[in-house]
Design a protein around this ligand. Structure first.
Ligand SMILES: Cc1cc2nc3c(=O)[nH]c(=O)nc-3n(C[C@H](O)[C@H](O)[C@H](O)COP(=O)(O)O)c2cc1C
Length: 306
């Protein structure tokens, strides 16, 4: 009988049973999805971005469907760190996959404060810092488009935590490798990319923007070629593990990111269309490997032939 392919990956010392993670903001706090899939089969769980205080986000309309994707301007609505630890963590800590908490702040000190709080919580394995949200006025993307600001905020977080530190990069830059380098120099253990691309949509009858926020973040299959190109570019110059994100809808999409140099992937918009997408992607990667006689996923990562 053929040996089962080995899907395990290592992200800076944390072993994942497979390379399929949930993208922040598209999977709630995981419990919302428990009826649709076996949460324990995920590689890791990344929850909705958290800030120090609860945030109502932006006014509606906040979501618009676009060809091959969607625009969102949620504006990082969330329940705040305190409520997360009290109300959501008790459920999440009993799940098998490592829990990674996504955070954002308006100021450098807020990121650092959040990291300090998380550092004391045993059942949280890692932090993903969002320096790339296009939908909040202050903070967010402001840190992700300037290499010096990115360096400072990552360093401030690094000083407060010894947990796995993933820095999530914005595609809304001229040269993503520059920001990637700053994040790694400041102490990032891994990079995740990409967040959404800034976009907009207009209602020609009313001549008004379709989003109350005017602009929003584009996600879904429309952004996959851009994301893939950026993962490949960053993989050329950066030594830490990369987590690929952007329009991953099926196993083939995920495999493209692995070949481009990603060690793992995050699945986002696909969860809205098919809540079981992550399970199909894990199964699809396994079948592909079995079919091609690939014993371990490391035989695929970064193997693009040029
Ligand atoms: C509705 C929505 C909410 C999101 N919220 C967050 C968030 O809170 N923090 C974050 O880092 N990224 C957030 N993202 C970005 C996703 O995690 C992901 O980077 C992006 O959507 C691209 O992947 P996809 O094309 O697979 O959706 C959000 C995306 C969407 C669509």
């Amino acid at each position: 009988m053929a040996v089962k392919p080995d899907l395990t990956v290592d992200i800076a010392g944390i072993q994942l049973q497979n390379p399929v993670l949930t993208a922040s903001g598209t999977f709630g706090y995981a419990k919302e999805f428990e009826d649709f899939l076996d949460l324990n089969r995920l590689g890791a769980i990344i929850v909705k971005g958290l800030s120090l205080q609860p945030s109502p986000g932006n006014p509606p309309p906040r979501i618009v469907e676009t060809p091959c994707g969607m625009l969102n301007a949620i504006g990082l609505e969330n329940i705040g760190m305190e409520a997360f630890l009290k109300d959501k963590l008790p459920y999440l800590q009993h799940l098998h996959p490592p829990l990674i908490v996504n955070i954002y702040g308006r100021l450098e000190e807020e990121y650092a404060q959040l990291a300090a709080v998380i550092n004391d919580v045993d059942n949280i394995r890692g932090i993903e810092i969002n320096i790339s949200c296009p939908n909040v006025n202050a903070g967010g993307m402001a840190f992700g488009v300037d290499p010096r600001a990115a360096f400072r905020v990552v360093k401030a977080v690094r000083e407060k935590t010894s947990k796995l530190l993933i820095v999530k990069l914005s595609p809304n830059v001229t040269d993503i490798t520059e920001i990637a380098r700053s994040a790694v120099d400041a102490g990032a253990d891994a990079l995740s990319l990409i967040n959404t691309l800034t976009g907009m949509a207009i209602d020609i009858e009313t001549r008004r923007p379709k989003l109350a926020n005017i602009t929003g973040g584009l996600s879904g299959p429309a952004i996959k070629p851009v994301a893939l190109r950026m993962v490949w570019q960053v993989a050329q110059v950066i030594e830490v593990p990369i987590i690929g994100i952007g329009g991953i809808m099926n196993a083939e999409d995920a495999l493209e990111f692995l070949v481009a140099g990603a060690t793992a992937v995050e699945v986002g918009t696909a969860n809205f269309i098919n809540p079981g997408a992550t399970m199909e992607i894990i199964d699809g990667i396994e079948s592909f490997m079995a079919e091609k006689g690939i014993a371990a996923i490391s035989e695929l990562i970064g193997t693009l032939k040029i």
